[in-house]
Structure formats: structure tokens, C-alpha cells
Ligand binder design. Structure first.
Ligand SMILES: Cc1cc2nc3c(=O)[nH]c(=O)nc-3n(C[C@H](O)[C@H](O)[C@H](O)COP(=O)(O)OP(=O)(O)OC[C@H]3O[C@@H](n4cnc5c(N)ncnc54)[C@H](O)[C@@H]3O)c2cc1C
Length: 316
């Protein structure tokens, strides 16, 4: 049977959560498309492939020095090899920095239609129907892909990760690589404190409503620590130096999908919301009842945060 293929993302020997989210999507929609769910891993060896096989029944691995580190050319050529060798009709790619870089190249290479930055896929009439945000999240659009082959890039956090099950098979696929036009010379971590807020389950995030660095530090950080979570901020908080850049949430910062996102004195500008709207539960405290953050908040508290947070700390 033809395949619906997830392309795995990994770095430094670690599999991304986004890959597991796509495994869930593949298993959910493959039957209605008449396809079998599978994944492909491009790496120096098959260790990551064995890990992915816990989440999806079949894994193809291109183990080659050409894909030991990510490059768009390397991944595109490896993807084409698997698509051709294994009768792949659909490809799912995480909509991450790497995914944005190479998804359209894969679509070109395999002559497929593509919809990117998707947050929901269903199947109607045997075709994938993709929903995605446009105009910075102000509108949503739905697109059906009618080409024989398709590529879909899916936003991080749009789906829960697949649960591990019985180990699937791992099969090697060989690829002959042409020129790879970029060379990774060095990978530099931008994280100053070693904190990756994108993996946090609880985030307390502060905005300009905190007024200054001292109040941010005295309000947001203790509450985050009390809840066993991470602290973060909107862009003005970062630009003003109240906390480090790796903790910025939003379009030009990190995308986060915690179980709880507590927004303190954040108005809810589209650029901020773009980075946290996938949170499972959003609690907003803002003294302006018209603040746009209340449009997406699960719970909204219209009040002065400097009254609510001390009361909350006392209760906790
Ligand atoms: C290209 C581009 C990229 C951007 N990227 C990002 C990004 O990645 N992340 C990001 O956050 N922004 C980003 N921005 C900026 C964004 O447009 C907003 O300016 C920013 O998110 C606003 O931050 P804020 O909510 O903290 O501040 P404000 O919009 O000033 O909101 C402060 C809020 O605090 C409330 N408040 C004040 N005092 C209190 C109090 N005592 N108690 C309770 N509430 C109170 C006010 O009612 C107000 O709603 C970007 C902008 C551009 C143009």
C-alpha cells in the first residue's frame, strides 16, 4: 500500500516533540486517505530511527554522512529517494525553522502540491483538507490538496504527541546524493541560561503591564517558581532587558504549547498570540476588559495584577 510519510526532525541525537505530533496526525488520517502511516529518518546512523519506530509502524532510514547534519539539499534529496523507493503519496513535515526551509523544496522535487503552516488536517473525499491561520492569526483558511502527491507542514503544538506502542520496523533506504550547496560550519546555541521554554509544561509570562524590571522579577519569577514552571515575557519585556532573549514568546521569539500559560499584563497582540495560542489552558490577568488576550484566554481575570498575584501566591 502507498505511504503517508512523516519526516523526522532531530538534533544532537534528540528527537523533536514535533515529530511525535506528526506521527499522531499520520496515524489519524492515513486510513481515510487509503495510505499506511510511516516515517523517514535522515541521520548518520539508525539510532533515531529505532526510537521513532516506537511511535509509528514503519520507519525508513537514510543513514549517510550527507545527512549527518541538517541541510535543505541533503534532506530534499533523501526525501525524494524514500518517496520514489517506497511509493509515498503524502509527506508530513514539522513547520519548524528547518521545515520552513526545505518543505517547499521537497514538494518541487516530487511534483507535489503543498500547504504549509497547517494546524488541522482532516480528510474529505479521500483528499487532505488543511486549515491554517493567515494574517497573523486574525483569519483562518481551509485548503484541499487535489494533486496526486502532497506535502503538508504542520505547526508545532497543533496536535498532542503520539503515544509509544509496539516497536515498528526499521528499513534502510539508499540515496545517491548530488551536490549539497550549503555547509554547516558551526552550530551556536542562542540559549543563555540553557532554558528551553518551548518544552515547559507551565509558563508564567509577563508583559509591559509589569511596569519595570524590578516588578517583573519580584512578580513573575516567584510565581513561576512556586508553580514549578518557567518564566517568560512579551517582546517589550525582552527589549527592555527585564529578562533574557531566550524567554521571549511570540512571532519573533519562541512558540510554546504548555499545559498552563499564565499571561500577566500582556495585551495579546497578534505577534505575541502567534507564539502561545497552542497552550492547553490560558489564564490572562489584565486590567483592561477589552484586551485582545481575553479573546483566546480559557480564564480571564479583569483586575490589577499587582493585587491578584500576591493573593495567588498566598493561596499557593
Ligand atoms: C514584526 C514584529 C514582531 C513581533 N514579535 C513579537 C513577539 O515575538 N512577541 C511579542 O510579545 N511581541 C512581538 N511584537 C510586538 C507586539 O506587536 C506587541 O507590541 C507586544 O506583544 C506588546 O507587548 P505587551 O502585551 O507586553 O505590552 P502592551 O501591548 O503594552 O500591553 C500591556 C498590557 O498590560 C495591561 N496592564 C497594565 N497595567 C496592568 C496591571 N497593573 N494589571 C493588569 N494588567 C495591566 C494593559 O491593560 C495592557 O493590555 C512584534 C511586533 C512586530 C511588528
Amino acid at each position: 500500500m502507498a505511504k503517508l510519510l512523516v519526516i523526522a526532525e532531530h538534533r544532537d541525537g534528540k528527537l523533536s516533540v514535533a515529530t511525535l505530533e506528526l506521527c499522531r496526525v499520520a496515524k489519524e488520517i492515513a486510513p481515510a486517505l487509503g495510505l499506511e502511516p510511516a516515517a523517514a529518518v535522515f541521520a548518520k546512523d539508525d539510532s533515531i530511527a529505532k526510537e521513532v519506530a516506537n511511535y509509528i509502524p514503519e520507519v525508513f532510514v537514510v543513514a549517510d554522512p550527507a545527512v549527518a547534519v541538517y541541510t535543505a539539499d541533503g534532506y530534499t534529496q533523501a526525501a525524494k529517494a524514500v518517496v520514489e523507493a517506497k511509493d509515498v503519496k503524502g509527506v508530513l513535515i514539522p513547520h519548524t525553522y528547518d521545515g520552513v526551509d526545505y518543505a517547499a523544496k521537497v514538494a518541487m522535487a516530487i511534483n507535489a502540491g503543498i500547504v504549509s503552516n497547517v494546524n488541522k488536517v482532516v480528510v474529505e473525499g479521500g483528499k487532505p483538507v488543511c486549515t491554517r491561520n493567515i494574517y497573523n492569526g486574525k483569519l483562518q483558511e481551509t485548503k484541499t490538496i487535489s494533486t496526486d502527491k502532497f506535502v503538508i507542514s504542520i505547526e508545532k503544538g497543533a496536535y498532542d504527541p503520539a503515544e509509544a506502542g509496539a516497536a515498528g520496523s526499521v528499513t534502510a533506504v539508499s540515496a545517491s546524493f548530488g551536490p549539497i550547496r550549503t555547509k554547516v560550519k558551526e552550530v551556536v546555541s542562542t540559549s543563555t541560561g540553557g532554558v528551553d521554554i518551548s518544552q515547559a509544561k507551565i509558563i508564567v509570562s509577563g508583559g509591559r503591564g509589569l511596569k519595570d524590571a524590578d516588578k517583573y522579577k519580584a512578580t513573575v519569577i516567584p510565581l513561576a517558581q512556586k508553580l514549578g514552571g518557567e518564566y517568560a515575557g512579551s517582546r517589550p519585556v525582552i527589549d527592555s532587558g527585564w529578562t533574557e532573549p531566550s524567554r521571549q514568546v511570540g512571532q519573533s521569539g519562541k512558540t510554546v504549547t504548555p499545559d498552563l500559560y499564565l499571561a500577566l499584563g500582556i495585551s495579546g497582540a497578534v505577534q505575541h498570540v502567534a507564539g502561545m495560542k497552542g497552550s492547553k489552558c490560558i489564564v490572562a490577568i489584565n486590567k483592561d476588559p477589552e484586551a485582545p488576550i481575553f479573546n483566546i484566554a480559557t480564564y480571564g481575570i479583569v483586575a490589577d495584577l499587582f493585587e491578584v498575584v500576591p493573593a495567588l501566591m498566598e493561596k499557593l
